[in-house]
Design a protein around this ligand. Structure first.
Ligand SMILES: Nc1nc2c(ncn2[C@@H]2O[C@H](COP(=O)(O)OP(=O)(O)OP(=O)(O)O)[C@@H](O)[C@H]2O)c(=O)[nH]1
Ligand SMILES: [Mg+2]
Length: 331
């Protein structure tokens, strides 16, 4: 029997994946249990959730006894259609990449450990704005809790690798090893480890940087022989904007979003300057919620223009938009 998970359940599940503290995890799990449709098809999931809630409560008690686990109080407001976090070893070129993708002006310097805080910038891709965040380097000994929080909550991680120096590959392996010792890990897609509570994988693409330098291609070959990761990779030179086209497209693709333009019944053309963005597969209701809370509650129907199939077709809130659909809401 299909589980028919609701929109609210899936939202709680997404929040669970991003949870960093046990308190947050518990709150999300409880919300998931409240929202899960109660029928035979979800029996196993319900049992699983109850089990996780018990385990998380036990972990919380343990943690309180030990007096550890202070939550990180760093909060960076989410902006735009998604959040991309740049990570990498020291001197890999993360800050240079942020500077080239956005208008941000982080410090870029020819020595390691330059960046100490977390700097956001906005990258424009066609008519979509995407938040990109620079972070301090990660090494075997250094992995700050804010970067960890950012990775868990990211829609995408760009792992920057230094092909300009022999240490680059060791630094990459150090970073991957460090993350694998935590509950915050990287993978080709975002998911939760069902068997291991709190372990969260974030979708990652690899940016092989400084490809303009001598011996970069030899180092890339060596890296491929090591087979250190199973993620899509892009060869770039962070200083050269032309080399970033493929990476920029990949960032947009990886966010898996669709753009919806809205118009009022009296307008002939929609507001093309401001697309609403939702995850591919989410229903039109999600767009209505972004436009106005009342719209979502009072929506009677909508008209959709979508090449080549819809020209003013009447649809309901469960219609799944495609990229660049034009929608007119009727409440
Ligand atoms: N040749 C070349 N140099 C680059 C490239 N990208 C960055 N660099 C240089 O590499 C050095 C380090 O760049 P940053 O952007 O500061 O590196 P980072 O990863 O932010 O370093 P930390 O903040 O210390 O972790 C600087 O001297 C950059 O100019 C590139 O694509 N090619
Ligand atoms: Mg830096």
């Amino acid at each position: 029997m299909p589980a028919n998970l609701t929109h609210k359940y899936l939202k709680a599940e997404q929040a669970y994946r991003r949870a960093v503290t046990l308190d947050e995890e518990l709150a999300c799990l409880q919300e998931m249990l409240r929202e899960i449709p109660k029928h035979k098809g979800t029996d196993r999931l319900q049992a699983d959730l109850k089990h996780k809630i018990r385990r998380t409560k036990q972990d919380l008690e343990q943690q309180q006894k030990r007096g550890v686990g202070k939550p990180s109080n760093f909060r960076l407001a989410r902006q735009g259609a998604g959040r991309v976090v740049l990570i990498g070893g020291p001197n890999a070129g993360k800050s240079q990449l942020l500077a080239s993708l956005t208008r941000a002006t982080p410090e870029v310097a020819p020595y390691p450990f330059t960046t100490r805080d977390h700097t956001p910038g906005m990258m424009t891709w066609e008519d979509v704005a995407i938040q990109v965040v620079d972070t301090p380097p990660i090494t075997a000994d250094l992995f700050d809790s804010t970067t960890q929080t950012l990775i868990r909550g990211a829609d995408l991680v760009v792992l920057v690798v230094d092909l300009g120096a022999d240490e680059g590959i060791d630094q990459l392996q150090e970073l991957l090893g460090r993350l694998n010792n935590t509950k915050t890990r990287l993978a080709a897609d975002s998911y939760l480890d069902e068997g291991d509570i709190g372990v969260s994988y974030t979708k990652t693409i690899v940016a092989l940087n400084k490809s303009d330098l001598q011996e970069a291609s030899e180092r890339m070959q060596l890296l491929h022989e090591l087979d250190a990761y199973r993620m899509a990779e892009y060869c770039i030179s962070a200083q050269n904007a032309d080399s970033l086209v493929g990476l920029r497209n990949a960032i947009f693709e990886a966010l898996d979003i669709v753009r919806v333009y809205t118009k009022t019944p009296s307008e002939k053309t929609p507001d093309y300057s401001h697309p609403f963005t939702i995850h591919r597969g989410q229903p039109l209701l999600e767009v209505a919620e972004q436009v106005h809370k009342d719209f979502a509650l009072k929506l009677k129907y909508a008209k959709v223009w979508s090449e080549p199939t819809h020209a003013g077709t009447i649809v309901k809130a469960n219609y799944v938009p495609r990229d660049r659909d034009v929608v007119e809401f009727h409440v």
